[in-house]
Design a protein around this ligand. Structure first.
Ligand code: TPP
Ligand code: MG
Length: 335
């Protein structure tokens, strides 16, 4: 395990029962949504492509459970899990995927630009590392206009070597911005393994050079992510500046819809497939007698029903008329 994760880790104590069960529920809602959406894409019922989040649920759930509706996140080309964890209703997300005017971006964004200003998530940027300088800007605005508000910026290991990450991280550090930099190190940037593009594989080690606390956690253990993110969010909220949390995780799906994962080592895949974040959380909750298998099955069932209802809603929601395409393109003249 140490070889594959790259470090030894001890699972932290469980948080309070309602929080621990809430983390499981969020992960299950994400997994159900993603699995159902995959089937719709495969069947050609949703246009475009999709980058999915199966396997990484613990990161979004663990971080966003510390955030308020008035806090912000920035997201990536893989945004569904972040959006669900930040509280965007599934109906609005599903409608967005179908390009409906009822979608959270009015159908203009689709999968890769999921977001909702009402829920503290500007539409996701599919430009790798693009969210980091945006988070720095939002963090500056929060510090000046709304102290106590926090920005969490999600990005991948592939983003780490992009200049935009370094500019954004440096600004966060020098201006003590209330930003939590959440690196989802799923070991691959598309098909490129993290060791091929990093001489120092522990990305948190390099992040400390900006002068901020940085730590690496087991990103498949939702309770480990929850604990580390709690420290980082508290620090940001208290005005003490940014932190970097590297979450080592793995996607259970291809990079995008058509990817067949042929570039991934068999042993590596087997190791990670046996470390499903939902299974790990389920086992711990049951072992600690925080929940019974029946309690968790009820959560699973409710999530499946909610997701199916959302996709039914999204598929039937009204499609835009032609003139909608120009909405938001030109500035409206003030009356
Ligand atoms: C600036 C930029 N370069 C290249 C791409 C094409 N691209 C899309 S996703 C991706 C890989 C990103 O890897 P990572 O940041 O690790 O995120 P992951 O896909 O693993 O979630 C690339 C290269 C892009 N969208 N933006
Ligand atoms: Mg990656």
């Amino acid at each position: 395990m140490a070889y594959m994760l790259g470090f030894e880790c001890t699972p932290p104590p469980l948080p309070a029962a309602d929080i621990a069960i809430g983390l499981y529920r969020t992960m299950r809602r994400i997994r159900e949504f993603e699995d159902a959406v995959f089937k719709y894409f495969q069947a050609g019922r949703i246009p475009g492509t999709v980058h999915q989040y199966q396997g990484q649920e613990a990161v979004a759930a663990g971080v966003c459970s510390h955030l308020r509706r008035t806090d912000y996140i920035t997201s990536t080309h893989r945004p569904h899990g972040h959006a669900i964890a930040k509280g965007i209703p599934l109906n609005e997300m599903a409608a967005e995927l179908f390009g409906s005017t009822q979608g959270c971006c009015g159908g203009h964004g689709g999968s890769m630009h999921m977001g909702s200003f009402d829920h503290g998530m500007p539409p996701a940027s599919a430009i790798v590392a693009g969210g980091v300088p945006i988070a720095a800007g939002m963090g500056l605005s929060c510090r000046m206009l709304n102290p106590g508000t926090v920005v969490a910026s999600f990005f991948g290991d592939g983003a780490f070597n992009n200049g935009a990450f370094h500019e954004g991280a440096n600004l966060c550090a020098v201006w003590d911005l209330p930003v939590v930099l959440v690196c989802e190190n799923n070991l691959y940037g598309a098909s490129t393994h993290v060791t091929l593009v990093n001489k120092i594989p522990r990305l948190a080690e390099r992040a400390t050079s900006y002068g901020m606390p940085a730590e690496t956690v087991d990103g498949n253990d939702v309770f480990a992510v929850y604990e580390a993110a709690g420290r980082a969010v508290q620090r940001a909220r208290g005005g003490d500046g940014p932190s970097f949390v590297e979450c080592i995780t793995y996607r259970r799906c291809g990079h995008s819809r058509r990817d067949q994962n042929k570039y991934r080592d068999k042993d590596e895949q087997e190791f990670w497939m046996a470390r499903d974040p939902l299974d790990l959380a389920r086992d711990r909750l049951i072992q600690a007698a925080v929940a019974t298998p029946q309690d968790l099955e009820a959560i699973d069932q409710a999530a499946a029903e909610e997701v199916q209802a959302a996709l039914d809603y999204g598929e039937q929601a009204p499609q835009p008329r032609g003139e909608e395409a120009l909405r938001g393109v030109f500035c409206e003249e003030p009356e």
